[in-house]
Design a protein around this ligand. Structure first.
Ligand code: NAP
Ligand code: MG
Length: 833
């Protein structure tokens, strides 16, 4: 005890000497009247004060007052990364980076929570304020909830540092204690008080707050670094091998705690020392500092300092050039934190009213023109060489609770919070979309199928896939407007990317020409595309439980391969006037001619036609068929009329045989499948008697006609898919049916239609699966198959459109309109996951 007294004496003497030296002995005015406890408290306070620094600050304080605007030439814009322009894939990639780091324990979060809720009429730490949500959760609890969610996603608990102040430290700790830390592990939460610094009166004097207490105020958010070190947190963070420190304020109820995207965006740029969030300002007068370079250094320029011309400046895109406001969310790399903890930052001086205890009167005095000192966190950026700025959506992430009413009010923040949670609940399903690498060529079309097209994309595909397409509008109006160039372009794009999906399109005829006022009768888009891609069209019925083929013996699908080049589709035909004679003239390259009489029409008028094919196209056709049969693992049949067309069809037959012998026979045998040729009439008989399960190669016209016959016999034209496979390996998927005008007219009248989207949907899944296969994206292939399975399951369980209900043998049928049916499928896909 005596020892204690002596040392107290000694401490007093030392303090007195130091204070006198700096002209601050006034702090000891009440010392003699204090209890021993009071004396200890006061001396401890005094010993903490860095008197030389206070002297220096006072000397600088006067000069600082000038402030004023910055020279516009000092400023250059800092271009942010706009999170809204990130593709889903890019977003996912960055989030994964962030989550991985969190899982590895590399992130700690720091919340600056030194403030009191006084301005909100709340007697307690600001973080304990209830913003009036139905749940009545405090800001601290809202933040904890978010931290828990990220920790769950990452599978690791994020260490949380809460910076309090001398004023609210005890109350903050008590709040967490009494609420069981809101379910967050207590050992992951660390409170530490922010360092305080005394203000000075205009004459440079330190003052008392009470007889035994020096007047101090928090040293600003930038004081965080100094405080971290002083409280031993820096050493702790280092010992835990934390590599990133995310810093946010307590009063923003929408703040994303431990945001993996934010962290990922920093990790993604190893050259960047820190990252900050911004939101776009609404107008030039917005009262927030903006990010920019000043004298080549990244930082924040306050709204009070920025030259008006810079504040108002807009770029070519119409956006503010200096428009990225400081949201008060940062991530620093730990080495930077370490550096800033050592060096600290310069104090800013604020000229403010100061209230203090007056020893003479024993009451409170108030003086204007005093000086308060604060470090600003954004000054940290000036110590950096590189800062990345991530611009986020204000309505999603910035709702500060500062005032009881008006701007940044509780009411506004509460509404923003509620709106945001509702929006994010709605888009929950959209979170983990499958990414694509190469775009699909998307050929949009006409009438009812155009409507189906859009609904399929919106309901069944886009919620699950980050769909990439190169879009071509093949509507009849646009084909007419572009003189059909758009069709050619879409075919060329298919050659570039390899996979296309096509909507049904109107083939112009005289009636349609009047209907749409067409410039001319444009060729059928399918003919144009086939002419450019060459190749073979494969048509397969979609078999489903409850819909029995009209031919009872058919158990498996019969796939038709239709040669898509030449014959009557590229024929020339003519009328032959009375008495005329029609001949085929073949002129060889050397000029020599051969003539074959088609008909001498001496007896009366007639008609004549010349059609062709090329060996190359037939060979391509043959190869495509052999390859497709191998892919499907089924027998290949080829039919023609070689008994009648002894040159033309015999050529087809010979080419098929040669290619089979030379290129495919071994592989067919290995796979246990066979190839055989038969006359087309014989083929028909065999097809009818078969149980299905083979590929039937048909010449162009045969394929056209027989595929419609097969579609109908298998149940419905709306259940037939079609894919054009070119010899170079390009694929174009479509439905076999047309634009369904009758349903479209109903739709235009506002009536719901029960149109069957299955064939069009399967065109999309076919294309997506092929894209996934070519690009090595197994999730995409799996998704496509899952959609197909879900569709068939839905129908098998009785959910179907009207056309199928008419022919389904199921008992528990539920007829659905187009929207209901697509929603049903989407729900099943979502459930399947
Ligand atoms: P369609 O559009 O296939 O329609 C014929 C009838 O089949 C419809 O009226 C409807 O019968 C039924 N139907 C077809 N698909 C259906 C579906 N998905 N759901 C329910 N019912 C369906 O053939 P179209 O009327 O002959 O031709 C219309 C237009 O399509 C023409 O301009 C034609 O050029 C064009 N077309 C384009 C392609 C193509 O782009 N690949 C192919 C063929 C035709 P109900 O009326 O009894 O319900
Ligand atoms: Mg046809």
């Amino acid at each position: 005890m005596a020892d204690d007294m002596r040392s107290l004496e000694k401490r007093y003497e030392e303090a007195r000497k130091r204070l006198e030296e700096y002209g601050q002995a006034g702090l000891l005015a009440c010392y003699g009247a204090l209890s021993e406890e009071g004396r200890k408290r006061l001396l401890a306070d005094i010993e903490e004060i860095d008197l030389p620094m206070m002297k220096e600050l006072y000397a600088k304080a006067g000069k600082h007052e000038a402030g004023g605007e910055i020279d516009p030439n000092e400023l250059t814009p800092l271009k942010p990364l706009d999170s809204e322009t990130l593709s889903d894939c890019e977003r996912e990639r960055l989030e994964t980076l962030g989550l991985k780091a969190i899982a590895d324990g590399k992130l700690a979060v720091l919340t600056m929570a030194g403030g009191q809720g006084t301005r909100l009429g709340h007697d307690g730490p600001k973080g304990t304020f209830d913003i009036g949500l139905p749940s009545h959760k405090s800001l601290f609890e809202l933040h904890t909830d978010k931290l828990k969610r990220v920790s769950e996603r990452a599978g690791a608990c994020v260490p949380w540092y809460i910076m309090t102040s001398e004023i609210n430290h005890a109350a903050t700790v008590e709040f967490f204690e009494s609420h069981g830390y809101f379910g967050y592990p207590k050992d992951k939460v660390r409170f530490f008080p922010q360092t305080m610094i005394p203000p000075l009166t205009p004459d440079g004097k330190l003052q008392l707050e009470a007889p035994d207490k020096v007047l101090k105020s928090p040293n600003g958010n930038g004081g965080m670094f100094v405080s971290l070190k002083k409280q031993g947190c820096l050493d702790e963070l280092r010992a835990m091998n934390v590599e990133y420190l995310m810093v946010t304020g307590v009063d923003n109820c929408l703040i994303k705690m431990a945001d993996p995207l934010f962290l990922g965006a920093l990790i993604d740029e190893p050259a960047c020392e820190a990252i900050a969030k911004s939101y776009l300002k609404r107008g030039p007068g917005e009262k927030s500092g903006v990010f920019c370079y000043r004298g080549g250094k990244p930082g924040v320029v306050e709204y009070t300092e920025i030259p008006k011309e810079c504040a108002e400046m807009t770029g070519a895109d119409g956006q503010y050039v200096y428009g990225d406001c400081n949201l008060l969310a940062y991530v620093f790399r730990m080495d930077v934190v370490g550096k800033l903890c050592e060096t600290g930052m310069d104090y800013h001086v604020a000229v403010k009213k100061i209230k203090y205890f007056d020893p003479a009167s024993g009451g409170e005095l108030e003086r204007t023109g005093g000086y308060k000192f604060e470090m600003f966190l954004f000054d940290a950026f000036r110590a950096l060489n590189s800062l990345k700025v991530l611009r986020v959506k204000r309505t999603d992430e910035f709702a500060p609770v500062k005032n009881p009413t008006g701007e940044d009010s509780v009411e506004l923040a509460r509404q923003m919070y509620l709106d945001y949670t509702e929006r994010s609940a709605r888009s929950m399903n959209n979170n983990a979309k499958i990414c694509m690498k190469t775009p699909l060529v998307e050929m949009d079309g006409d009438e009812m199928t155009r409507i189906i097209w859009k609904k399929i994309k919106e309901t069944v595909i886009e919620p699950f896939v980050d769909l990439k397409t190169e879009y071509y509008d093949l509507s009849i109006q646009n084909r007419d407007a572009t003189d059909d160039q758009v069709t050619v372009d879409s075919a060329l794009a298919t050659k570039k990317y390899g996979v296309a999906v096509k909507c049904a399109t109107i083939t112009a005829n005289p009636q349609r020409q009047v209907e749409f006022g067409l410039k001319k009768l444009w060729k059928s888009p399918n003919a144009t595309i086939r002419a450019i891609l060459d190749g073979t069209v494969f048509r397969a019925p979609i078999l489903v439980k409850g819909i029995s083929p009209l031919v009872p013996g058919w158990k498996k699908p019969i796939v038709i391969a239709r040669h898509a080049y030449g014959d009557i589709y590229a024929a020339v035909d003519a009328k032959v006037p009375q008495g005329g004679k029609a001949e085929l003239v073949i002129t060889d390259p050397d000029g020599s001619e051969r003539r074959v009489t088609v008909k001498d029409f001496a007896g009366g008028p007639g008609i004549v036609m010349g059609m062709h094919n090329t060996d190359a196209s037939v060979a391509n056709f043959a190869r495509a068929c052999f390859q497709y049969a191998l892919d499907l693992g089924v027998d290949l049949w080829f039919s023609a009329k070689d008994t009648i067309l002894k040159t033309y069809d015999v050529e087809f037959r010979k080419i098929f045989a040669e290619i089979y012998e030379n290129e495919f026979k071994t592989r067919f045998e290995e796979k246990g499948i066979s190839y055989f040729y038969t006359l087309v009439d014989d083929a028909i008989a065999r097809v009818m008697k078969s149980e299905g399960g083979f590929l039937w190669a048909c010449k162009n016209y045969d394929g056209d006609v027989f595929s419609d016959m097969l579609a109908t016999a298998f149940g419905s034209l709306a259940m037939m898919t079609s894919v054009l496979v070119s010899p170079d390996g390009y694929y174009e998927f479509e439905a076999a049916h047309g634009t369904i005008p009758r349903h479209y007219h109903k739709y235009l009248k506002g009536e719901p239609t029960s149109t069957n989207p299955v064939a069009t949907l399967f065109a999309w899944t076919g294309a997506l699966a092929k894209r996934g296969e070519l690009d090595g994206i197994p999730e995409l292939v799996k998704f496509a198959h899952s959609v197909e399975e879900c569709t068939l399951e839905a129908i098998a369980e009785g959910n179907m459109t009207g056309d199928l209900a008419l022919i389904s043998t199921l008992e528990n049928k539920k007829v659905m309109n187009l929207d209901e049916f697509l929603n049903e499928i989407a729900a099943r896909v979502a459930k399947k996951g």
